[in-house]
Design a protein around this ligand. Structure first.
Ligand SMILES: [Cu+2]
Length: 121
């Protein structure tokens, strides 16, 4: 009986982990083009973690890092060859023109912080 309960708890924990890392779809924040999009970096998550921007228009993403742990210090946009070193407690802007439609991940260097930039044609 006890083994059965422990097994069940294990399965639930695994399901939660899968949901958290792969299945959860945070609400998208739509870009206001004339001002920076603020992204808070804290507690292992980017807030917002899903950002929609139009294709081919300049955007500025303003990262505000509150998490002092080294895990949070870099942000990488692999698909755009962009990276940034985020200072703690001071806004850091990344400006660029998203020129590839689709969904592009942005992460910390260890890929624990995960966000998604949705570029809409
Ligand atoms: Cu990290």
């Amino acid at each position: 009986m006890t083994t059965w309960v422990i097994n069940l708890l294990g399965v639930v924990a695994i399901a939660l982990i899968i949901w958290w890392f792969w299945l959860s779809r945070p609400k998208a924040q739509r870009a206001q083009l004339d001002r920076p999009i603020e992204i808070i970096v804290d507690d292992g998550v980017y807030t917002p973690a899903r950002i929609e921007v139009p294709l081919g228009r300049p955007v500025t993403l303003r990262f505000i890092r509150k998490d002092a742990s080294p895990c949070a210090e870099k942000v990488l946009f692999d698909d755009f060859n962009i990276s940034g070193d985020l200072p703690v407690g001071r806004p850091y802007d990344i400006s660029f023109i998203p020129d590839k439609p689709g969904e592009h991940a942005f992460t910390c260097q260890m890929r624990m912080y995960r966000g998604s930039l949705v570029v809409q044609p």
